[in-house]
Design a protein around this ligand. Structure first.
Ligand code: SAM
Length: 188
């Protein structure tokens, strides 16, 4: 077994270190519900997960995944863009995860977009508690292209280092545009 996890595995490992039972967390792109299920198990019955997606198919796939594991009770699924996160969640979030790109098994033309993603990251950084985190798994290349990755990384490089700590994990010897993981910690 490899010691260095996959990008998704790394994102989960980071979140697992910070998030505990009873916390409020957000899955900004539920897709097929893998991250939502992971988060629901992590926060337990007394915690809560808010999950966003713009596609009916993603919301339904996630709902079915949660039902099959009897984990729907502490999850609110919202069919709206993550750029509207502040309409639904007001404060007190411990962690937000974004899995950028298109729905696996879905229409590759429907994918996350730079402006919406950056707005959602900005709002998430306002809403997370002090020392809360926002974790991004950035898929790029292929049908997703490079525009979103470049815009998001440009935005993150400009964040004030007194307010945010930003760490990037990148498998630099992989030739096939492996997803990049970025973790942003809110310092105050
Ligand atoms: N985390 C998911 C999983 O575990 O299966 C995979 C997410 S998939 C890579 C990206 C998802 O983002 C797609 O389902 C897509 O519909 C969704 N999406 C695109 N734009 C969005 C937006 N503005 N707000 C929320 N979700 C969006």
């Amino acid at each position: 077994m490899r010691f260095l996890k996959s990008p998704v595995g790394i994102s989960h490992e980071v979140i697992q270190k910070l998030v505990s039972k009873g916390d409020v967390v957000v899955d900004a792109t539920v897709g097929n519900g893998n991250d939502t299920l992971f988060l629901a198990k992590l926060v337990g019955d007394n915690g809560h997960v808010f999950g966003f997606d713009i596609q009916d198919k993603a919301i339904e796939n996630t709902r079915q995944k949660l039902i099959s594991e009897d984990m729907l009770d502490n999850v609110t699924l919202i069919k709206d863009g993550h750029q509207n996160i502040d309409k639904y969640v007001k404060s007190g979030i411990k962690a937000v995860i974004f899995n950028l790109g298109y729905l696996p098994g879905g229409d590759h033309k429907i994918h996350t977009k730079p402006d919406n993603t950056i707005t959602a990251i900005q709002k998430s950084l306002e809403l997370v508690v002090s020392h809360g985190i926002v974790v991004l798994v950035i898929y790029y290349g292929g049908d997703s292209g490079f525009e979103e990755k470049d815009a998001v990384l440009d935005f993150l490089r400009e964040l004030d280092q007194k307010k945010y700590s930003v760490l990037m994990y990148d498998f630099i010897n992989n030739i096939n545009c492996p997803p990049i993981v970025v973790c942003i910690e809110k310092l105050k």
